[in-house]
Design a protein around this ligand. Sequence first.
Ligand SMILES: [Zn+2]
Length: 480
Amino acid sequence: MDFNTNLLFGSEFKAFLQKNKNNLICKDLLDDKLSNKKGTNTINFINIAIDNPSKIAFIPRNKIRPFITNLKQAIDVPGILFTNFGYKAVTITGKYTTLVKTINYDTFINHYFNTIVANGLTWHAETRQKSAVMSSPAKFINKLEHNYSEKEIDSFTRLFITLKGDKEFRVVSGDDLVKYYNEDYHYCNSGTLGNSCMRYDSCSEYFELYTDNNVELLCLFIGDKITGRALLWPEVYFEHLGEDKTFMDRVYVNNDLDTGLFKQYAVDKGYVYKEKQDYEYKDTFVFNNESFDESVEFKINGEYDYYPYVDTFTYLYDDALYNRYTEGEALESTDGTGGNVVYSEYEGCHIDRDDAIYSDVYESYIYDSNSIYINDSVFHIEDENICRCESCGEWFEYAERGSDDDVCSECCVFAEDTDGYIDASKALEFDGLWYEESTYSDYRGEQIPTCLAHWSNYEDSFVLEEDLEDIKEEEEAEEK
Ligand SMILES: [Zn+2]
């Protein structure tokens, strides 16, 4: 056996070949008819890629050195000592080792290939991942000596799409939609699924827009993990088709080839799907193999604290999402905040989302720096309908004004003498009632309501009516 000529296949790849031996290339590989191209970087230890079952992984000759080094602890080759400087042939006498000669890698590999092969760890995922190279099935075949036509290579490649014995579609919604957006439940981190910006734990709060509006997630499962997903938007009206259709949004996959499975699924189910699997081309759709451009909308139930990044129905305005921009904000931020700018009807301009606050009063965003909270509602500081209480300093709605002055109702009291509401701080509380005008009574040593005051010449002071009797008795007693 020789590294350059004998191609060795891992058990998964071998099983794949056996399952598909009707295919010419599979059969030739099984029958050992293929070998490395002469004079090129040879490859060996071939298997289906762990990270991406649509690809083939192998160890190229120039990676064999680190690969073997990683295996060194597991391989027991008598008489060979692994060091950082290469392989040394040694004789071991008791605890002493004697260097016989340094062996170069080619010599080592050729001499000990069988020993390496016999060792099961050659196919061990962790050892392989450090040195293996992944390539498409076509590129792999082209590394070998062959005379296959493009069509033959293509049909070999296609077998990898259907290498899905364990792949199945399931539609999930609600909490499961949130769950399968998370990378913890992704089969691997390759492809567009592996790079999706909504895959992190921190994004789990962003999906209420979907879960609250019956948007579902079509998932391609391998076991309990997904290897592809696409949003399903229910009941989208397409004028071109004259009816409501379920719309399958951008497809995210570990393996590009699986995109075809999603499209086929959409065709089988009668869905409209997105022609191009990206965030551009938001308005080109496909139905029954026919593509068409259209402006569509999707009504939503309300406002949400957070928004996901949205590929197709990107533009949020009022209570709907649109695929073409008219007004409103673009849901293109990946931090849950929706667009970077929002439009303020009240201010008549766009505002950075970070600087904006939504006001229920105006049903519009306004600048946060211009905002005033009154009873949990947001007002603009220059709104003529609000003012600041001269008494307590709090802002209040003018309609809630307590008096003719700019005083809030809490700071006002009903004045008995002037028959109206006035600023409490300027009123006199007397005997449980309030009065606007008051007079100082020397006789009583306090302010008294003017309307209740009587002048006493004898006391040379204002007094109350109830005082008059006492004063009269005093006066009479003195005269006697
Ligand atoms: Zn007040």
